[in-house]
Each structure stands twice: as C-alpha cells, then as structure tokens.
Design a protein. Structure first.
Length: 249
C-alpha cells in the first residue's frame, strides 16, 4: 500500500491563538470548529497541522511534538524568519512561542534541523533529508566543536538551556585558548543565544563582545558572517539601557 499520510493532532489552550501564530508564519486556516470541541486546521503547502483546544492547558507542560522532513531546510527557516521579523521586529528566541536556528544535530546523524515551539508548547521539529548528513561514518568531532554539538542536543532538542549553558561554559574554559577562530565564534554565538533564553542580558552582551573580538582572517570572516549577523540581531533587545528617571522638582 502507498499514498498514506500522517497528520499530527496537537494540544493547545486556544485554537485562535494557535491559528494567529501559524498565520503569521505563512500558514492558512482551512477549518475551525468550537463545538463539540475546539479544533483548527492549519496548512502550508503539503504541511498540515491539526490542533485541539483543552481547558486549563499549560503550554509549558506540553509534550506535543512532531517531525517534519523538508527538502530545503534553509529556505523554510528563512521564510519563517522573515515573517516573524515582519510581525515582531525580531526572531522570537526566548519563551513560548519561539524558534531555534538551523544547526546540525548530533542526535540526528548530523542532519540539519530547527524547531518551532508554538503557543501550545508543541515542538514542531523541521529536519533536512538524510542526504544532508556528513559523508562517511568517521569519529565525531572533539574539543570545543564536540562540546557545542552536545550543547545543541541539550538546548535545542531537549529544551534544557541551563544544562546546555553549563556544558558549554565548561568547554569554553577548557578549549577557548586552543580552538580555531571560526569554531570559537560558533560556540560563543550559541552561548549568547542560551543566555538570551535565560533572559540574561549581561550574558548576551558579554558573549557578543567575545565573539566579535575573535581575530578572523578573510576566510574566517566570510565563514562567520552569517553567525555574527544573527548574533547582533539577537543582542538588540538586550542592548538597551534603562533611561534614568529625572527626579521631580
């Protein structure tokens, strides 16, 4: 038999809140009902997501998740990111909802992926096809890059940004002096993102400054340009200083 299709049914506290979020990302609402139970269907090309509302549901307690294999992971992320910036003026990288950036996943054979965590706390995990995986079995990288891959598993796949930050802090103390410039920029950029998820504004500014202070040659600047641009965008909401209040006369 062929031609089967699987459609995930995911929980949320409000079908209208969910519909608004996915509309912002470029989906279309194709069905909605309120009775006998709240239910909404969101579609974008061949991607169909169904949601049911639950009274008293807490998004932070959700275990809802699904995996979506896509032909062009970067194109899809860029499309979502553009619409998110247009609606919010930035990428949502902290709290619920949010979106992670595309990174290779150690726990997915090195295939690139990113996640959308929606207002229902559901993790929609987008992944490239198997042909995206690095060629050859080979040993995994060690040093700072290996630690970064482990931190991504903790922070992006499991959502444990605190443990990911501790792991990466330890690796930076151990390997920063000997790491290559490009891998150091990647590690510091991810550490800044983890600080942002923890609402740690001084940490975001610190890791941005450290990343921008890494000496790069021309090839290194080209390789790290996208990472540094994304890092500067990430830091914008955390760079503002409070305006002193002038005492009344």
């Amino acid at each position: 038999m062929s031609g089967e299709r699987t459609v995930p049914l995911l929980p949320c506290r409000s079908v209208d809140e969910i519909a608004g979020f996915y509309t912002m990302l470029g989906f279309t609402r194709t069905y909605r009902q309120e009775r006998p139970n709240p239910y909404v269907v969101m579609e974008r090309d061949d991607l169909h997501l169904h949601f049911f509302g639950m009274s008293g549901f807490r998004p932070e307690d959700s275990y809802g998740s699904c995996l979506v294999v896509v032909p062009d992971i970067v194109e899809l992320f860029d499309a979502f990111a553009a619409r998110m910036r247009a609606a919010h003026g930035k990428l949502l990288v902290t709290g619920i909802p949010r979106m992670t950036r595309p990174r290779r996943r150690k726990n997915a054979e090195g295939v690139t992926g990113f996640a959308v965590i929606d207002p229902g706390g559901n993790w929609i995990r987008f992944t490239a096809g198997a042909d995206d995986a690095p060629a050859g079995p080979g040993p995994g990288p060690g040093g700072l890059t290996g630690a970064l891959h482990n931190a991504v598993v903790m922070g992006d796949s499991r959502g444990d940004h605190e443990r990911a930050a501790r792991l990466l802090d330890h690796a930076l103390r151990r390997h920063e002096a000997t790491a290559g410039p490009a891998e150091l920029v990647e590690a510091l950029a991810y550490r800044a993102e983890l600080a942002a998820r923890a609402e740690d504004a001084p940490g975001v500014r610190e890791f941005l400054a450290r990343a921008e202070g890494v000496p790069l040659d021309e090839a290194g600047r080209r390789a790290s340009a996208g990472t540094l641009t994304a890092l500067r965008e990430l830091a914008v909401p955390f760079s503002a200083r409070p305006v002193p209040v002038r005492p009344a006369d």
